[in-house]
Design a protein around this ligand. Structure first.
Ligand code: GLN
Length: 449
């Protein structure tokens, strides 16, 4: 049962019991009274939702799973939270993540691991392992995640849930603690493709508080997810996102999924994205560069829990002890990498080259979408691995992101949907669509359910 599966998972950092029950009771009251107020309720009113603890909320702590922000209460709500409250979805609480969303296993949380409900000795993916585990264990039917390099889609894949990263700018980033601003997007974690589409419609649309927000909302997502018609749809298999490094069982489920799509009437061809082999390298320069800049404000003076050296010290020393004590190893590793990549003398060689690769990857995708409507690949090269297996090997951890990163570098939408099991563990299939093609992505993904 769902209850048994939720035991020992540790999906939540904070549970919002009283407020969630009050909102649920309020919706019940409105429904029972009937009339125009009941009719004007949002279709998702009363459906509980879990929120990744990188997204700020009034009345509940926001920690980013970091000691730096332990106990911090935001004075304002993120735009996505405002929209959830306006539609009267009870917020169950805040879910665990890798510190500041950096990781692929949720083991980098400062407040303990989250476990995969399918096997408590395995990771739930990351960084949004808490949101994915909460949905997989039937603790919440809906959750919010954030995806900078795959943190919605990879946890979705390894927990057997649906996770979507919308087109960059489709959902407001206002009130989402920034990791790498040119890559970050908020998106839904759910049990079905239709739920994901409905939730994206609710949280999406223009926000004047986010300067990268798209001017027009992306419409017709739920309709597309309910349609699921594949006749005439051209689907491309990315040659570079299969083969070496991908588990046999993952590839087997992937091939079966492609067959299902073909049988449903899609036209399937193989396409090449020749620069995808450089995506991981480019991401692990661009992302830490933006991280080093975005996290500079956590110095104990402007933001973050201040730690003063024994016997006091200068302001620089206070900032030093604050950052030494407040950040974990993975966060420090990325700040150092980013500071190095951006430093005078190295900027052109590292950051400059990575930006050129980013353009080449965008061109690969433009060319591919000239031939096909959507692309498919495995979401993650491997299924959920045992806790601790990759914790001391950052490169092995980063390799989990090979298939998810291109979407962030290009700003296009991507979704992971469950595609069966391999040795008892969930496998996810990823669909990618052109920018603003979220409806097409949901339509294709729905065909696999
Ligand atoms: N695993 C990726 C990383 O560690 C993804 C992070 C994310 O999407 N927030 O950077």
């Amino acid at each position: 049962s769902g209850q048994d599966r939720s035991r020992g998972v540790h999906a939540f950092l904070h549970v919002n019991r009283e407020e969630a029950l009050a909102v649920a009771a309020e919706v019940d009251g409105v429904r029972a009274a009937g009339g125009s107020e009941a009719e004007s309720l949002h279709p998702l009113a009363g459906v509980p939702i879990a929120v990744k603890d990188l997204i700020v909320t009034v009345g509940q702590p926001t920690t980013a799973a970091s000691k730096m922000l332990e106990g911090w209460m935001s004075p304002y709500d993120a735009t996505v939270v405002e929209r959830i409250r306006a539609a009267k979805l009870p917020i169950l609480g805040k879910t665990n993540l890798d510190e500041f969303a950096m990781g692929s296993s949720t083991e980098h949380s400062a407040f303990g691991d989250t476990r995969n409900p399918w096997d408590l000795d395995r990771i739930p993916g990351g960084s949004g392992g808490g949101s994915a585990a909460a949905v997989a264990a039937f603790m919440a039917p809906l959750a919010l995640g954030t995806d900078t390099g795959g943190s919605i889609r990879q946890p979705g894949a390894v927990t057997g849930t649906v996770g979507a990263k919308p087109t960059y700018g489709a959902v407001s980033r206002y009130g989402v603690i920034a990791m790498a601003s040119s890559l970050d997007q908020v998106g839904p974690v759910t049990r079905t493709v239709a739920d994901a589409a409905a939730l994206q419609e609710l949280i999406g649309g223009h926000d004047p508080k986010d300067s990268t927000s798209l001017p027009e909302p992306l419409d017709g997502l739920l309709e597309a997810a309910r349609n699921g018609e594949l006749k005439g749809l051209r689907i491309g298999i990315v040659s570079e996102l299969q083969g070496e490094g991908y588990q046999e069982g993952v590839l087997a489920r992937f091939q079966e999924s492609v067959q299902i799509l073909e049988d449903a009437g899609a036209e399937v061809v193989e396409v090449s994205c020749p620069h995808f082999g450089y995506a991981l390298g480019a991401y692990y320069l661009i992302m830490p560069s933006e991280v080093s800049s975005n996290l500079a404000k956590f110095d104990g003076v402007r933001f973050g829990n201040r730690v003063v050296p024994d016997g006091g010290g200068t302001i620089e020393q206070v900032m030093g002890t604050t950052r030494a004590a407040g950040f974990g190893d993975e966060v420090k590793r990325r700040i150092i990498l980013g500071t190095y990549a951006l430093s005078a003398g190295y900027y052109d060689a590292y950051y400059g080259s990575a930006q050129k690769v980013r353009t080449l990857i965008q061109r690969d995708l433009e060319a591919a979408f000239g031939q096909v409507d959507v692309l498919v690949s495995p979401t993650s090269p491997v299924t959920a691995f045992p806790l601790g297996e990759k914790l001391d090997d950052p490169l092995a951890m980063y390799l989990n992101d090979v298939a998810t990163i291109p979407a962030n570098l290009a700003g296009i939408p991507g979704i992971s949907v469950p595609a069966g099991l391999s040795e008892g563990l969930p496998v996810g299939i990823q669909f990618l669509a052109p920018a603003r093609g979220d409806a097409t992505m949901y339509r294709a993904a729905a065909a696999l359910e």
